[in-house]
Write a protein of this length. Structure first.
Length: 306
């Protein structure tokens, strides 16, 4: 693995990398650079890891958004209960007074009862909001449109910034059951959630290109050849779901451009046709007096003085 990584770095410096446009179905995920000598086992593992980390950042950004609005998470046994029910059951959140945001909190009741209603002040909210915006932009699919390849360094930097921002706002840390803290510690439990359906697994993930599955146990060059400057559209697919749809011959942008060109051409032909309807009247053969002038020897006479 070390040898492959060293080779990858050398090729990157030389500007000779295979570029993968990674998709899931028709959805663009990210761009990724590698070498033709990489094994499919390692490539699929790395793509799965990057996608799962992108999903982690998305989950974190969503939860931090709720943290900004309604404060820390309540204990599981208090979530969804009304104030009266909490009092009646004699439940208590022992972390409510320990996990206070910097600068104090602003009361903001959570309508669904997941968080304690002690939101950070506006200044601290802005710290979180700015960091969330930067993290989302770093792993956005728009990076592919900008021709920016996804790397582990980009992912880790985004995670580090998110964790740093949360630490600034909550220097005493979040409760141990808060989903944000669990995500940072790698202890998140996604079972039974929609998010769990999006997470990829090395064993059940396949990689497809040009209607063919890129089989584990082989190298990328077994399919794309030895040209290190190749660019391909590779699709991630769950095992057992068959081949993903193939890429269209023309992109949506190309289709729009072709339709525009066809419309322009059609308009030009209409104008030309309208012009040509009467154009023959200027021709010599359409002159009704041409035969008479010929008999009288008046053809090709110039009235200009010599």
């Amino acid at each position: 693995l070390k040898s492959i990584s060293e080779t990858s770095r050398l090729l990157e410096l030389a500007g000779r990398m295979v570029k993968l446009h990674v998709k899931k179905g028709d959805e663009t995920l990210f761009l990724y650079e590698t070498t033709v000598t990489v094994t499919l086992d390692e490539l699929i593992s790395q793509l799965v890891k990057l996608q799962n980390e992108r999903l982690k950042i998305d989950r974190l950004c969503q939860e931090i958004g709720l943290l900004m609005e309604h404060g820390c998470s309540l204990p599981q046994n208090m979530q969804g209960l009304t104030e009266e029910q909490i009092v009646e059951l004699k439940l208590e959140d022992e972390f409510a007074d320990k996990c206070i945001p910097s600068g104090g909190y602003v009361s903001s009741v959570d309508a669904i009862g997941r968080r304690n209603g002690r939101a950070p002040n506006d200044k601290m909210k802005e710290v979180l909001r700015k960091t969330v915006s930067e993290a989302r932009a770093a792993v956005s699919k728009k990076q592919a449109e900008a021709n920016v390849c996804m790397t582990e360094e980009i992912i880790q930097e985004a995670l580090m910034k998110l964790k740093g921002a949360v630490t600034i706002v909550y220097p005493m840390d979040l409760p141990p059951f808060d989903p944000i803290r669990l995500e940072f510690e790698g202890k998140e439990d996604l079972s039974g959630t929609q998010a769990s359906l999006e997470v990829l697994d090395d064993e059940t993930t396949q990689l497809w290109w040009a209607g063919k599955e890129l089989l584990k146990g082989k190298q990328l060059l077994d399919y794309v050849g030895k040209n290190e400057k190749t660019k391909i559209v590779a699709k991630i697919q769950q095992k057992g779901k068959g081949a993903p749809s193939r890429e269209p011959v023309f992109s949506e942008e190309q289709k729009k451009q072709m339709m525009l060109e066809a419309y322009k051409r059609q308009e030009e032909l209409k104008k030309l046709e309208a012009t040509n309807d009467d154009f023959y009247l200027n021709s010599e053969w359409a002159d009704p007096n041409a035969l008479k002038r010929n008999f009288n020897g008046l053809k090709d006479i110039s009235w200009r003085p010599k």
